[in-house]
Design a binder for this molecule. Structure first.
Ligand SMILES: NC(=O)c1ccc[n+]([C@@H]2O[C@H](COP(=O)([O-])OP(=O)(O)OC[C@H]3O[C@@H](n4cnc5c(N)ncnc54)[C@H](OP(=O)(O)O)[C@@H]3O)[C@@H](O)[C@H]2O)c1
Length: 243
């Protein structure tokens, strides 16, 4: 049976992906910081889908533990999905380095730290798929969330470079830019319905994009248009907008 490694597996989007893949008879390695939560998810998925689920401790910002984490897995699965992320508080992060660092460390450095050795192994065995959940926030810096946005911009550029490097060895990289999704991350935000989707829809679209070997995915097509418009606005006008 194929196996998937999901990093940040307590995320709402990750849980929906895990269920979607378990329904297709994937065995799962679910890696997250909250072991109690991940064990509850493990039980639920095992009972419902009858697949093997292995829970593992993983903290994206404990870089020094990443080599050990890779050793414990032994064989990197064919499919690896990076789901962890930290939105943080932009205003707090502007004044407080710890919050700014947490945003950069989780969304960018943590992802690079764990994907570097994974990419290395996949390149050597000439097989594998890496999926990274980035964000439309990375496409243009806005005053309301440019710290999260700049970390995701770095992650998007990293995934693009990785796809370019690994193409020759037959390893595929998919970048996902979900737009707004109703999850724990956005539960206190008033999101416009037309631009917002569900974790289940994100999961279905990611699984389809994996099968079709797509390079990049906007979950709601409308986001492609929204971002095209946003990227076309001249900087002289953009800097005056309240975005
Ligand atoms: N929701 C949206 O509108 C939206 C839009 C665009 C992109 N995204 C991206 O989609 C991905 C999934 O987010 P979500 O919407 O499903 O939100 P979520 O349910 O809040 O999930 C975020 C996950 O990241 C994990 N995490 C945070 N810091 C971590 C660390 N240092 N080590 C390991 N795990 C860590 C959290 O784990 P704990 O449970 O331990 O805190 C949590 O499970 C994220 O990359 C996010 O940036 C979301």
């Amino acid at each position: 049976m194929p196996t998937v490694l999901i990093l940040g597996a307590t995320s709402d989007i990750a849980q929906a992906i895990a269920r979607e893949l378990a329904a297709s008879q994937y065995d799962l390695i679910l890696a997250a910081r909250n072991m109690n939560y991940i064990k509850r998810i493990q039980k639920d998925i095992q009972i419902r889908y009858g697949v093997r689920v292995k829970p593992m401790y993983f903290d994206a910002t404990s870089y020094e533990q990443h080599a050990d984490f890779i050793r414990q897995i032994e064989v990197i699965p064919e499919l690896v999905i990076v789901c962890f992320g930290y939105l943080g508080e932009q205003k707090t992060a502007q004044a407080n380095w710890e919050e700014a660092y947490q945003i950069l460390a989780t969304n960018y450095i943590g992802a690079v730290s764990i994907l570097n050795p994974i990419a290395q192994e996949m390149e050597q065995r000439k097989r594998g798929i890496i999926v990274g959940i980035s964000s439309v926030a990375g496409e243009r810096g806005r005053k309301s969330n440019y710290l999260y946005g700049s970390a995701k911009a770095g992650f998007t550029a990293y995934l693009s470079g990785l796809r370019n490097r690994l193409y020759a060895s037959g390893v595929h990289v998919l970048t996902v830019k979900p737009g707004y999704v109703n999850t724990k991350m956005t539960e206190n935000k008033d999101l416009p319905k037309i631009l917002t989707t569900t974790p289940e829809k994100v999961a279905r679209n990611i699984c389809r994009a994996i099968r079709r070997k797509k390079n990049a995915l906007y979950v709601k097509r409308i986001w492609w248009l929204v971002m095209l418009i946003i990227k076309c606005i001249p900087e002289s006008i953009f800097k005056k907008l309240n975005l």
